[in-house]
Design a protein around this ligand. Structure first.
Ligand SMILES: *Cc1c(COP(=O)(O)O)cnc(C)c1O
Length: 346
């Protein structure tokens, strides 16, 4: 007898980010700012004194307190994950039963569909219109019609960089009995967060990540924010030691440093705005630059693949989505190099 993989695993392939050495990486929406020398010293100290033989704090007590305080919620509203990716996986696997229906949008973050099928649930994908907009009523009607148990989307959206205003999101949550998982991974760059309102709803979970605006993609740290009942359920469903000691300690150092967080955000937004302005020079019917609420810019163009390949040949990597390019804002030097290569290509 030979062992056979389960059906749901047979066609899966490991996630492969764009690999290879590139001089300029503008493909993953990471921050171009890393921690300062002073913060590195603080981090070295916690490594020197960490209790490597002991399990981490399963409740991430200190980290949750700091995050809660920074975000105007309380400790009981916060659960912590090994990146928000892990939290998405936990939510799909524990808040849904096999066969439940999940509404996602397209284009949006591709991992929602991935974790949804892992949880053996049915992913209903609503396509946005040609300008990447979608009406909340359309989502509500689809949820109602299908008896959906979960609605999940990013706001502002990766990859389109567009957002749905807070009032519309509130209306969506209030008008459905599905669990709304609102991924605010990029909300640090826009001002329409409803994170601090989680106690007003029995069906809202807001996700936040430290991988983008905070510049901590390496340590894998994300948060789920919800009312106490939902938070308790997330904490009960997660594996006990999901966030390692070093991640907790580094997270505490960085999240306590409000000056660093504020300045990073401001510098990234400034870079994005400069990149946007520079790109607008080439704006045309076939080079449509969307108005970004994030740290990246989305361009609709039939030449996406060609531009992507030509940039890659110059050791600059961005993301290509069919007839779209997603370009993360980089340092001034990186943006300048990008623009001078684009000048030649376009
Ligand atoms: C990058 C990203 C995440 C993943 O965050 P991690 O905390 O690094 O897992 C989640 N959602 C969206 C929309 C993202 O773009």
């Amino acid at each position: 007898m030979a062992y056979e993989l389960p059906k749901k695993l047979i066609d899966l392939v490991p996630y492969e980010p764009i690999s290879g050495e590139y001089e300029i990486r503008l493909d993953a929406n990471e921050s171009f700012i890393s921690v300062s020398d002073e913060m590195r010293e603080q981090i070295c100290k916690v490594i020197e004194t960490a209790d490597f033989n002991r399990y981490p704090d399963p409740l991430c007590t200190d980290l949750r307190k700091i995050f809660a305080q920074n975000n105007g919620v309380s400790f009981e509203n916060v659960a912590v994950g090994n990146g928000s990716d892990e939290l998405i996986s936990i939510l799909m696997n524990s808040f849904l039963e096999k066969g439940d229906k999940v509404i996602a949008l397209s284009p949006d973050f591709s991992m929602y569909g991935f974790y949804c099928s892992g949880a053996e649930c049915e992913n209903i994908v609503l396509k946005k219109d040609e300008n990447f907009n979608i009406n909340v009523n359309t989502i509500l009607a689809c949820a109602e019609e299908n008896g959906a148990r979960m609605i999940i989307f990013s706001n502002p959206c990766n990859p389109t960089s567009l957002g749905i205003e807070a009032d519309e999101v509130r209306r969506l949550i209030k008008s459905t009995s599905a669990l709304v998982v609102l991924d605010e991974a990029y909300m640090d760059f826009w001002n329409e967060s409803i994170l601090s309102e989680v106690n007003d709803y029995d069906n809202l979970i807001v996700l936040k990540t430290c991988s983008k605006a905070i510049g901590l993609a390496a340590i894998r740290l994300g948060f789920a924010v919800a009312n106490e009942t939902l938070t308790r359920a997330i904490n009960a469903a997660k594996s006990p030691y999901n966030v390692n000691t070093l991640t907790q300690e580094i997270g505490k150092i960085i999240l306590s440093n409000n000056d660093y967080i504020k300045k990073s955000r401001a510098d990234i937004i400034e870079s994005k705005e400069e990149l946007y302005k520079a790109l607008c020079k080439y704006s045309s019917d076939d080079f449509k630059i969307l108005e970004s609420k994030t740290n990246f810019i989305y361009i609709k163009t039939s030449r996406a693949k060609e531009i992507f390949e030509k940039l890659r040949a110059q050791s600059i990597v961005v993301r290509c989505f069919g007839d779209g390019l997603r370009i993360t804002a980089g340092t001034k030097q990186e943006n300048d190099r990008l623009m001078s290569c684009l000048e030649t290509i376009l």
